[in-house]
Design a protein around this ligand. Sequence first.
Ligand code: AGP
Length: 590
Amino acid sequence: MCGIIGYIGKKRAAPILFDSLKKLEYRGYDSVGMATINGEAEIEIKKGSGRIEAVNEKEDFLTLKGNIGIGHTRWATHGAVEDRNAHPFTSCNGHYALVHNGILENYLELKEDLKKKGHVFTSDTDTEVLVHLIEEEMNNSKEKDLVKVLSKLTQIAKGAYTFLLLDAKNNIIYAFRKDSPIIIGIGEDELFASSDITSFLAYTNKAIILENNQLAILRDNCSIYDIQTGKEVEQEITTIDWTAEQASKSGFPHFMLKEIFEEVEISKHALEQDSLKFNGMIDVLSKAKKVFFLGSGTSYRACLLASIYFAQIAKKHFMPILGSEFKTYQNLIDKDTVIFAISQSGETADVLEGINIAKTKGARVVSLVNVIGSTIMRESDQYLTLNAGPEIAVASTKAFTSQVLILTLLAYGLSDRLKEGREHLYEVVRKLEVIMNQSDTIAILAKDVLNKNDLYLIGRGASYPIAMEGELKIKEIAYIHADALAGGELKHHTLALIEPGVPCIALVPNDDTKDDMINNIMQIKARGGKIIGISSEHLELFDYYISIPKVHLEPLLMIPVLQLISYYLSVIRGNDPDFPRNLAKSVTVL
Ligand code: AGP
């Protein structure tokens, strides 16, 4: 998703914007740009398509003057990946520059209308329409008051458009939120505005999270207005307990590897939930007539695993729904329903859409998120947090592990067996380091055995959604066609694809799926397939073996094994595991 950053303060803006844009890279992007107000109240812009370093080679961002500026990393939605479509964009009169996160749905009709009024466009983007629309409305407005102008503009412009507007005449940065998040950073004599706190965490952890339809006016101080009422609003300053160190690589080659290794520590924080909130969540779930888990991507796989553990541990049928498929099931949702949204970023549009539909039907919404102040958290009646710290790599790893630990603990809580649940889960947490200590072995296996164009993963019961998560990771960052299936399904279809030498990762926990998994392994080996067994016991049937410690909930220890496999496959194949092609960290578009 696009990343936006604005700075106003006593220092030169360019180096700070550049540093912040580097921190926003993980969101996924294809173009980058910056604009500052130079000494003569003029806007200077540098931008281009490509990675930040490459564009900087050509443009030399740091030559931009002035102590007020905005920056943007673009993830193309409207308009090809070309220099001219990179943000920022200026108004005809050069007084304004704008960067945007979201989608202006009716931009084409607005653009035609603005062209008739004499506006000249240089790009194919929806964003450029926004800055000319603001210019047009400000020119016509008597008060020259953006609060009033936006109140009218939001009636005619449809879609999600969070933006930063640089006003060269008045040395102001305006930050407006409509759907996509924007956070104001409150520093010592300096202010920031960004789509992501990690971009300015090195300068301050004091933040104001703008609500929808709020406009922040940043000059020597910050004032916030609700554009619907036109009134100034109180500002609640939040201290985000993340450190800049957490948002850096700390010596690891990639954020992803760092975040996998962090699981040893943060999984303890995951289980140290605020007891009032945790018991409140158990109470809501225990009284609910219907509960649906809701998530996308890796978080949906956490929903699948949770659904299995709630069935097995708490004898509850909580159905998992894919965020983008929520409409398919909306007729099941009513005032007796609880939607349990699972999301690391708390900004996934597919999940938010489901939440909004559920609310119109009177359902209650609870959530499990990692990002404090995220939209899904704020839309929830109750929420729990992962306490995993910032997850920078696009591939979600420590968040997934924390999600499944917390959801499994909730299942034990719902069946009045919290003490037993803690014992089983802390047993898993204590053994995570054993897995991390095998990372070299796993790296060699990835290089010598798994670096193929097709990979299969099989599991049963709780291991099946974990196999699916392994599939997702391998596809997402190694760009290998991986296929996960329930072991019992082999004979119904995928066995047709098993040829001599085909590698198949078999998840064989020491539980009631073991015997059936052994049958599946024999079916694969009979066709010449190669078995990479992940298990607490070495079986002769395994061609290769990754051992995990014997614990009650063995499938959970297979998660970091698959994460490490996907990481090493990605590196071996020359990919950047932190920035997989075409993907973004937080998918805030439908
Ligand atoms: C996971 O590695 C992917 N980046 C992706 O599937 C992700 O899980 C999905 O977009 C949901 O993100 P969320 O947890 O922030 O809602």
